[in-house]
Design a protein around this ligand. Structure first.
Ligand SMILES: *Cc1c(COP(=O)(O)O)cnc(C)c1O
Length: 368
């Protein structure tokens, strides 16, 4: 905390609040961390996605593949650039898209696929990347919940055409307010996003195209520079906590997160379990002082905002079933072993209603 306050004071004394050396330094450090040639700091994760889409020339008339099980921002960014989100279902064990769920949705208007490394778990990207290469599609990774996660030895965000990150305070790497970044190996794309976030200017007062106010603040960049140094340690603590929690839940009547596949990684932004009696579980845990949350209770295609897309109930059944079954248990870098033991004990005492009813097929991991 004192390190961060000193940082705020240092930036305040320079009175350089937009663009400038703090932002440039953070961009260089975050690009280096992600293993990409470029990082561009922007005002939020949503703006990162929208500006990257614009930078990839995705717009009206284009379709973009988006998981139905994600935070709504993934789809909003597509809509904000005038393109259409094409919602696809996810795998029942990982809750992530796969080449198998994406391929049937590809059509003549598809321009881009947005895999979301949801909950911090890396999407198995290689089959999706090869599908995209075959069809000439762009791949934009939504890493907003997965800063630092590795996939086959590389950081997520560095494998597709670009990666997008949010620094909303509750993310694994969080600012003291909103922020985001686009990382890419493509110098032209980085340059384009740099212009778009600053009213289309690369040179002051030369507006090359219609942009927006979408910069990452210098104060946030300075704070993120400090916190970035702790990110790997915090992610290790999250993995450690998740492993301990998985152990503590042994015998509890719920489905823990699927094991991470070889070469993949999970940085546990969320620890998501499944149960057919979700409300019962939440009540049971709340009575024992354990707070839970749901990420997310309504699949995106079933939200009021996306009702105009016209996908009826049952159209993306795995995402819709997950929306009814999932429950996020506490996981964060500073959770203690004692808290984990307490959560495990409380969950093991849980007696789900309708437990004798046949499972709806989602609790057993599907063979591959
Ligand atoms: C948080 C988040 C976003 C959006 O980030 P904001 O900074 O809140 O705009 C996008 N996608 C996913 C998966 C997220 O979790």
């Amino acid at each position: 905390m004192s390190e961060l306050l000193a940082t705020v004071e240092r930036v305040a004394r320079t009175a350089k609040f937009t663009l400038g050396p703090e932002l440039e330094a953070f961009e260089a450090e975050y690009a280096d961390y992600c293993g990409t040639a470029h990082a561009v700091g922007v005002s939020s994760g949503t703006e990162a996605l929208a500006l990257a889409l614009r930078g990839l020339d995705v717009g009206p008339g284009d379709e973009v593949i988006v998981p139905a099980n994600s935070f709504i921002a993934t789809a909003e960014a597509v809509s904000l650039v005038g393109a259409s989100p094409r919602f696809v279902d996810v795998e029942p064990d990982t809750a992530l898209i796969s080449a198998a769920t994406v391929e049937p949705a590809l059509g003549p208007r598809t321009r881009c696929i947005i895999p979301v490394h949801l909950y911090g778990r890396a999407v198995e990207l290689e089959p999706i990347l090869s599908l995209a290469r075959e069809r000439g599609l762009k791949v934009l990774e939504d890493g907003c919940q997965a800063h630092g996660a590795m996939l086959d030895g590389r950081r997520v965000g560095s494998l597709g055409d670009a990666g997008c990150f949010s620094f909303y305070p509750a993310k694994n790497l969080g600012a003291w307010g909103d922020g985001g970044a686009v990382v890419t190996g493509d110098a032209r794309l980085a340059d384009r996003v740099r212009g778009l976030r600053h009213h289309g200017q690369r040179v002051p007062s030369e507006h090359q195209e219609i942009g927006t106010t979408g910069r990452l603040d210098a104060l946030q960049a300075a704070i993120l520079r400090v916190k970035l140094r702790y990110l790997d340690a915090w992610n290790d603590q999250r993995r450690h906590a998740a492993a301990a929690l998985t152990g503590a839940l042994a015998g509890a009547p719920l489905t823990p997160p699927a094991p991470v596949r070889p070469g993949g990684d999970h940085v546990f932004h969320q620890f998501v379990v499944q149960t057919p009696d979700r409300e019962g579980l939440r009540r049971h845990l709340a009575e024992r002082g354990v707070s839970t949350a749901i990420h997310y209770p309504i699949a995106i295609h079933r939200t009021v905002a996306y009702a105009p897309v016209g996908l009826p109930a049952g159209s993306l059944p795995v995402s819709e079933a997950l929306a009814r079954r999932i429950c996020s248990l506490p996981v964060h870098p500073s959770i203690t072993d004692e808290e984990i033991t307490r959560i495990g004990a409380a969950a093991r005492e849980f007696a789900p209603r309708g437990a004798e009813a046949p499972a709806d097929g989602l609790s057993s991991p599907r063979g591959r």
